[in-house]
Design a protein around this ligand. Structure first.
Ligand code: KMT
Ligand code: NI
Length: 172
């Protein structure tokens, strides 16, 4: 995985938008974002991390025009709306690639097969496919799947999970 500051240049969200300023693992860690690279031939390591971090459930998601049919454009639009979840967002990329953008100032995380990304509950983020237009990912969950996006807004800013997340930043 590679992370860099988003260039904020308007235009196609699928393009790289690399400002040329890389983002270090220390910075990612300071905002609660973790990542690993585990070759897809060694998926037993995913089981070990899942065990260690109490990820009890999983499913796979494939985002392609063929797979999603009529829902494709609407799904892509909703993934790219700035949102948060009341649980960690854990994604292990099986095939394809895409970008997860995380706040505060947009940091773009570029993910390929074998990348495992963990976003903390309460962090604002968004997702887009890149120009390859295909991603297949394993979604892991601590408990019942709780992946409903809660779009950014005044009521989200005071969501208890958001408030708890902001508290973790304050101690860094
Ligand atoms: C989310 O909630 O941001 C997503 O699930 C993005 C798509 S997973 C490749
Ligand atoms: Ni999300």
């Amino acid at each position: 995985m590679r992370a860099f500051y988003f260039d904020n240049v308007p235009g196609d969200q699928r393009l790289l938008h690399d400002s040329g300023n890389p983002v270090s693992d220390e910075i990612l860690k300071s905002i609660g974002v973790l990542h690993w690279h585990i070759p897809t031939s060694q998926q037993n390591q995913i089981d070990a991390i899942a065990e260690e971090r109490s990820y009890k459930n999983r499913d796979t998601i494939t985002i392609t025009k063929e797979g999603l049919g009529d829902l494709y454009e609407a799904k892509l639009k909703s993934f790219f709306e700035e949102h948060m979840h009341e649980d960690e967002e854990i994604r292990y990329i099986l095939e394809g690639s895409g970008f997860f953008d995380v706040r505060d100032s947009w940091i773009r995380c570029q993910l390929d097969a074998g990348d495992l990304l963990v976003l903390p509950a309460g962090i604002y983020h968004r997702f887009t496919l890149d120009e390859s237009n295909m991603i297949k990912a394993l979604r892991l969950f601590k408990d019942e799947p709780k992946w409903t996006p809660i779009n950014r807004g005044n009521s989200t800013d005071v969501n208890p999970y958001r408030v708890d997340y902001l508290k973790t930043l304050a101690v860094n």
